[in-house]
Design a protein around this ligand. Structure first.
Ligand SMILES: Cc1cc2nc3c(=O)[nH]c(=O)nc-3n(C[C@H](O)[C@H](O)[C@H](O)COP(=O)(O)OP(=O)(O)OC[C@H]3O[C@@H](n4cnc5c(N)ncnc54)[C@H](O)[C@@H]3O)c2cc1C
Length: 374
């Protein structure tokens, strides 16, 4: 870094929100630098499912963000050489109450393009799915392998889009036009801070006032014992109680009551099911949710067992083996996003609903407008 290097926009953080902001800014012709504390992205953006979800997102503005983001992901993935590993979602209703909820969902505007499969269609499309009451198919989702996709996106922004990256460089303070880093001072017209769940370094008062806490998740990689091909992501009843697009509908009440009676331990640990597949046939499976003022430092094997039990209630996977376990954390609040102008030209943005992969590109456009005063 050369002290005084000058940019229209400095982005803090090279997670998906920071990268999406850099992309949006280059689309508008701005000179952009991204400054990242670590030598590479190691946060939520590489630990997630890479599941870009539309169906199930909170109704209204956030669902629209997801639709826009999915479209940009599709375009960017093709340009940057990021493989879209599968598309769409099968949502298995295991109980009549869940099937009823899916029928209600389909009648809303969010059901556009989705359909309920007959038992025969479900068996043909997804022969490994356990029997249930109904299956909803959504065509809108896509999946990337985040641990490969995020570094590839950063390289593409650098090589093809002329974004400058400063890795292993914490930003210590911002006083425009000066951005103070561990390596020196950059000059910036504007700044967008995308700190993920690092709530203590820059602007801790703003995030504390917004009531933002941390949520820690347990994740697994599972190798099926035989060749299995998922056409898209798979979810089930517990997910309908978590994802607000379904859970906020009045028809969700009977399902939530039943889950409380039948799967209280899953609800206690925030366990639901997402299963997505990787190119080598393994599946990324999760997850659980523990909330607190700090990351939960220790993973629990009983919580992993709850996740695996749910996996086997949803998919027939004899001989499946766990090959990887990890945790990840994100910043969490009542509202799905937090954005604020902390000083003229300086915006802070965090996706606080655990849906940053799905809403990043649209949210980044909002953050850029905020910083630029548009
Ligand atoms: C296990 C897990 C599974 C998930 N699954 C999904 C999913 O399938 N679909 C979905 O849509 N969402 C999912 N999410 C949520 C999604 O991953 C997050 O919302 C998203 O990755 C947040 O991106 P980010 O850029 O804000 O944060 P991060 O990826 O954490 O990046 C923030 C970056 O900012 C850097 N930084 C912070 N402060 C500074 C500073 N002062 N100076 C320099 N650098 C700084 C950090 O080092 C970090 O690299 C999941 C999250 C987790 C944890």
């Amino acid at each position: 870094m050369t002290t005084g290097q000058s940019y229209d926009l400095v982005v803090v953080g090279a997670g998906i929100i920071g990268l999406a902001t850099a992309y949006a800014a280059r689309q508008r012709g701005l000179r952009v630098a991204v400054v990242e504390r670590h030598a590479q992205c190691i946060g939520a953006s590489v630990r997630n499912f890479g599941f870009v979800t539309v169906t199930g997102q909170r109704r209204g503005e956030h669902w629209q963000r997801a639709r826009r983001t999915r479209d940009v992901w599709q375009h960017v993935a093709a340009q940057a050489g990021i493989a879209v590993i599968h598309q769409g979602l099968h949502m298995l209703a295991q109980r009549p109450e869940a099937a009823h909820l899916l029928e209600a969902y389909l009648k809303t505007e969010m059901g556009e393009g989705c359909r309920l499969l007959s038992a025969a269609d479900a068996a043909r499309e997804l022969p490994w799915l356990q029997a249930g009451q109904a299956v909803l198919h959504s065509p809108h989702e896509l999946r990337v392998e985040s641990r490969d996709a995020i570094p590839r996106l950063a390289r593409w922004l650098e090589l093809d889009f002329g974004v400058d990256f400063f890795w292993s460089t914490p930003v210590l303070g911002i006083d425009l036009p000066q951005v103070h880093t561990s390596q020196g001072v950059l000059s910036a017209g504007h700044c967008v801070v995308c700190p993920g769940h690092d709530l203590n370094t820059l602007y801790p008062d703003a995030t504390a006032q917004a009531g933002i806490r941390l949520c820690t998740l347990q994740m697994l990689r599972v190798m099926p014992g035989q060749a299995v091909k998922l056409p898209g992501a798979v979810m089930s009843d517990l997910s309908m109680a978590r994802y607000e697009g379904y859970a906020d509908l009045p028809e969700a009440a009977p399902l939530k009551a039943l889950l409380q009676a039948q799967q209280a331990e899953h609800l206690r640990w925030g366990v639901h099911l997402i299963a997505v597949q990787s190119a080598d046939g393994s599946m990324v499976v999760g997850d659980s949710h523990v909330y607190g003022d700090a990351e939960a430092p220790f993973g629990r094997s009983d919580v992993d067992d709850l996740i695996l039990g749910e996996l086997h209630r949803v998919l027939r996977l004899p001989g499946a083996q766990v090959t990887e376990r990890w945790t990840g954390s994100y910043a969490s609040a009542q509202e799905p996003v937090f954005k604020t102008l902390v000083a003229p030209g300086v915006a802070v943005g965090i996706v606080t609903g655990g849906t940053g992969a799905s809403t990043s590109f649209a949210f980044a456009e909002e953050l850029l407008d905020l910083a630029l005063g548009i």
